[in-house]
Design a protein around this ligand. Structure first.
Ligand SMILES: Cc1ncc(COP(=O)(O)O)c(C=O)c1O
Length: 445
């Protein structure tokens, strides 16, 4: 496809009196892909209005994900999420989202002036987001006519939702299911993949091989295909990166061979999860993707950040650390040598640790809403000390890490319960995105 065509083209010796400005120049670094950077020249299709190469690539992607259509994004899942929500929520502006949704979901709600309601999340012992509250979902969908439900599965830490159950509930209530599957592009290689959704968005760069930030919207419900496609041309650059597109082409071309690589990864992972550790715990669960290696420090005398630092002493870099766990991402491109280094390092670190019981729980209630996000964002605001904020209306998101869920969103009322949640989190080392305990509140419309 794209790569083969470009290989031939480059041999033909055309002189580039066109963009990109780097002109395949040999003056530039040879380890950056200038020689293969091109634009919509004759015969190389147009991603925003595809006719041949990209149609073929999108058809192959649709087959891989078992859906009717795929639309490639060279601007991450972010532009896929913005496009999908805009396309679906044009008329009915009621949307139901998982409280722990990614920023792009919240941004879509703001940009499209949506009326937002939330599904409560359920966390595991380490406060990683594990599930949603299914009863809460059924109740919410009965209460109001929501155009769409937006959920994230798998979570960053690899927990999967029961999509069959959710999709059934959505269909019964005539609500479209939009799945943020940014962290699950590799799932078709596993037994965990479930295509029970109307539209999903997935990032190839997170767990497969295509370059950052390649992604796709994958679609079962054709009713909105044209409108999503039109919106993709709004939210994506008009100069999509052909280097990224070539990496997607390479990924598609090799996808079958990835199945064998996945078997090797599974063996390495099985081996890792058998590691005997006295203090650290490799969190395992039937509804969890094991490639997301979640190491709990909960019953130890160190935090997830300490574990990150100790792993770095052994030259191992991780994805992210929270107070009670560290998250490591493994993919089919990891090596046995990499896993051996990790096991050796974990054994060393485990030997340094002592047992310590750190127990706290978190009940993240959704505060009362005074204004929608899109309204609150436009009101005048000022920063005040948290201790003086009782009864004020938040002018910004305050996130808790973990579980990466807003404690408060713009337009919500800071009541006594929310204030005590803030203090509980600060006391328990849960990171909040506020500086010096100041919070932005609305002062005037
Ligand atoms: C749950 C979730 N959704 C969407 C995104 C956006 O993905 P991208 O980086 O491909 O734009 C992210 C990014 O980290 C994410 O974690």
């Amino acid at each position: 496809m794209l790569n083969d065509k470009l290989d031939l083209y480059l041999k033909e010796g055309y002189y580039p009196f066109h963009m990109p400005g780097s002109k395949r120049s040999e003056l530039l670094r040879s380890d950056l892909p200038y020689r293969r950077d091109l634009t919509e020249i004759y015969g190389f299709d147009n991603l925003n209005d595809p006719e041949d190469i990209f149609v073929e690539m999108e058809e192959k992607l649709a087959r891989i994900y078992g859906v009717k259509k795929a639309i490639i994004s060279t601007n991450g899942s972010t532009s896929g999420i913005l496009s999908t929500i805009r396309a679906l929520c044009r008329n009915n502006k009621n949307i139901l989202i998982q409280r722990s949704s990614h920023k792009s979901v919240y941004n879509a709600c703001e940009l499209n002036s949506l009326s937002v309601s939330y599904i409560n999340i359920v966390t595991d012992e380490q406060l990683a987001i594990k599930d949603i509250d299914y009863e809460n979902l059924e109740e919410k969908l009965k209460e109001k006519n929501y155009q769409a439900l937006v959920l994230t599965s798998p979570s960053y830490e690899g927990y999967l939702l029961d999509l069959k159950r959710i999709y059934k509930i959505c269909r019964k209530n005539r609500t479209k299911l939009i799945l943020d599957m940014a962290h699950g592009s590799h799932l078709p290689l596993t037994s965990l993949y479930d295509n029970s959704f109307d539209v999903a968005i997935t990032s190839f760069h997170k767990n497969l091989s295509a370059l950052t930030p390649s992604a796709a919207v994958i679609i079962n419900d054709m009713e909105y295909f044209d409108e999503i496609k039109r919106n993709m041309a709004i939210f994506q650059t008009s100069s999509p990166s052909y280097v990224i597109l070539q990496s997607i082409d390479e990924m598609i071309g090799r996808f079958e061979s990835f199945e064998n690589l996945y078997k090797d990864l599974e063996n390495n992972i099985d081996d890792l999860y058998k590691l005997k550790l006295d203090h650290l715990e490799l969190v395992d669960n039937p509804s969890k993707d094991r490639t997301k290696i979640l190491i709990s420090t909960k019953n130890t005398n160190i935090s997830g950040s300490d574990l990150e630092r100790l792993l770095r002493e052994d030259k191992i870099e991780i994805e992210m650390a929270y107070p009670d766990y560290a998250l490591l991402i493994s993919t089919i491109f990891d090596t046995k040598e990499g896993f051996d280094r990790l096991k050796k390092s974990l054994r060393r670190i485990d030997g340094l640790l002592e047992e310590k019981n750190k127990s706290y729980s978190l009940d993240l209630q959704v505060p009362q809403k005074k204004f929608e996000i899109f309204e609150a964002i436009n009101y005048k605001k000022k920063n005040i000390k948290l201790e003086n904020s009782l009864g004020h209306i938040a002018g910004e998101f305050v996130y808790a890490y973990p579980p990466g869920s807003p404690i408060i969103a713009p337009g919500e009322i800071i009541d006594a319960e929310i204030l005590s949640t803030f203090h509980y989190m600060l006391d328990n080392n849960i990171h909040l995105n506020i500086k010096d305990e100041y919070i932005s509140v609305i002062i005037d419309k």
